[in-house]
Structure formats: C-alpha cells, structure tokens
Design a binder for this molecule. Structure first.
Ligand SMILES: C[S@@+](CC[C@H](N)C(=O)[O-])C[C@H]1O[C@@H](n2cnc3c(N)ncnc32)[C@H](O)[C@@H]1O
Length: 273
C-alpha cells in the first residue's frame, strides 16, 4: 500500500495492457480515452449483450454525482471512496468541493493504472484535500490502518464511505458482507454508506450469466447480486429515501423514464445512527 506523497507519475511496469481491466473497460463504456485494444475488445463484447450496459454505466456515474452532492449538502466533509476508477468527469472531490471547498477525499483502488491516472489528476490539488492510496477492498483491516484513512476516521466527524460499482468485483468467497461490516463498524456515528452494485435481476435467466462470463479473462471477476443481497450490505443502517432503487431512480434530477426501472445497478445510501 502506498501514499500519495511520492509524486511519481511514471506508468508502472505491470499495466498488463494485454489483459482486460475492469477500470479501463468502464472508462470505455463511459466514453473515456484510457483503454487498450484488449479492454475495448472485451468491453464491446459486453456491450453487444445489451444496450443497457453503457446506459447502466452512465446511470451509475450520475448516481455517484447525486449521492455525493446530497451527502455534502447534508454536512459531510470527509469521504472514503474505494474502487475509485480512472478519473473522468465529475469525480468525488470535484462534486464534494463544489459544496465544501475544504472537503477531504481519500481515494483507494487496487489497480495500478487507476493509481497513475488519479495521481496525475490530483497533482494540482492541495495535499490536504485529496489522497490516493493503493489498497484492496478484500483487505479491510489494511485499509483501516492506512494513515490517510486513519486521519479521516480519527477526526471523529461523519464520513461517507463510497463503494460505487466495486462490490461486484468481490467474490462471495471473499465475504463482501463481512468486508462492508468491518469498514462500517469503524465509521463514526452519523456517517453514511453509499453503494451501487451491478445486478442481473432484470436480465432474462439465459443472459444473466453472460456478463460475468465475459469478465472471466479480466483482472477482476464480476459477481452480479440480487436486490436482496445488495440490501443486506445496509444491515443495521437507516436507508435514506427512496431506499434501494435502480441507479436513475435515486433522487433523480430529471423526469423518470420507464426504462429507468430496469437499469442494471442497485443504488442506495444508508446512515449509521
Ligand atoms: C467500474 S469502476 C468504478 C469507478 C467509480 N467508483 C464509479 O462508480 O464510477 C470499478 C473500480 O473498482 C476497482 N476495483 C476492483 N476490484 C477492487 C478491489 N478488490 N479493491 C479495490 N478496488 C477494486 C477497479 O480497479 C475499478 O477502478
């Protein structure tokens, strides 16, 4: 695990461009420019399954923006964003700092290419406002020991723990519910947990396994979860209105459309009493 103070923006040796990376595939869905041919090829195969793939990725990103804005507007100034992704438009610190210029965001991701991009993007920000840490969500105890995370937690102020589009890369064998519990237990009272999670709930049964199958050769595997499974991540928390809904239906800032109810991402925000 490394902090953000080495200032080294050189590409790491292990980008493995020949292996599709979820972060670069997601960047391709969003219309970004940080991907290699293997990422594009794998992403095109996933998108061929359904036009909803790109729509869902964009809807997830829009949910991130609305959720972070809502949390900042309700007074949260500290954010821990795990599974950051390659920086694109509307990153967490940009949304939060529109509301609180002094908002502090700790970004964590286990993908070296994400780290390189994040550090380059953040090189213009003040060191106090953002930090980038290489960490694996499957190791919550190590995450909680990272000095950048400790500093945020030790402030005693409410924190928003953001797990946007990352838990579906955690296999059941790694017990994602226990991971989330460990992290939530460490948050001060009044903190929030925000989650978005890919689901096969709306896919015909024959198609539900095809997405995960296409990620089989990627650097992280995809595990879709049902609404009930995603709801369990919020056990012990008070779910904010409107509860766990598909991403476009979480406090929408436009008139809902019929297709919104079938977007393949569950999204919700819970509060720790
Ligand atoms: C689809 S992107 C989501 C980006 C952003 N959170 C969003 O919702 O727009 C998923 C990110 O999770 C990261 N990731 C996957 N498995 C991870 C793990 N075990 N630990 C930390 N990050 C992980 C990937 O590297 C990628 O950057």
């Amino acid at each position: 695990m490394g902090g953000d103070d080495d200032g080294d923006l050189r590409p790491p040796a292990d980008l493995r461009p020949e292996i599709p990376h979820p972060a670069r595939m997601y960047d391709y869905y969003l219309g970004g420019k940080d991907h290699f041919p293997a990422d594009r090829e794998a992403a095109e195969k996933v998108m061929a399954l359904s036009p909803l793939v790109r729509i869902s990725a964009l809807a997830n990103r829009a949910f991130l923006g609305r959720a972070v804005h809502h949390l900042a507007a309700s007074g949260v100034r500290r954010f821990i964003d795990i599974g950051t992704g390659i920086p694109t438009a509307g990153n967490t610190h940009q949304v939060a700092q529109q509301v609180h210029p002094d908002a502090r965001v700790v970004y964590l991701d286990n993908d070296p290419i994400v780290l390189v991009h994040s550090r380059a993007l953040l090189s213009g920000t003040t060191p106090e406002s953002t930090a980038v840490v290489q960490a694996d969500l499957r190791e919550p105890a190590a995450i909680l020991k990272a000095p950048e995370v400790r500093e945020v937690l030790d402030s005693g102020q409410p924190v928003a723990l953001l797990l946007f589009a990352v838990l579906h890369f955690i296999d059941e064998a790694d017990d994602p519910h226990a991971i989330v519990r460990t992290l939530v237990d460490a948050l001060p009272a009044g903190s929030h947990l925000a989650i978005s999670h890919a689901t096969g709930d709306f896919a015909p049964p024959a198609d539900a396994a095809k997405g995960p199958a296409l990620y089989r050769n990627a650097s992280a595997q995809l595990t879709m979860r049902s609404r009930e499974q995603v709801l369990r991540f919020f056990d012990g928390l008070e779910l904010l209105e409107p509860g766990l809904v598909t991403a476009p239906l979480w406090r929408p800032d436009r008139e809902p459309e019929p297709a919104d109810a079938r977007v393949a991402f569950w999204a919700g925000v819970g509060r720790k009493a």
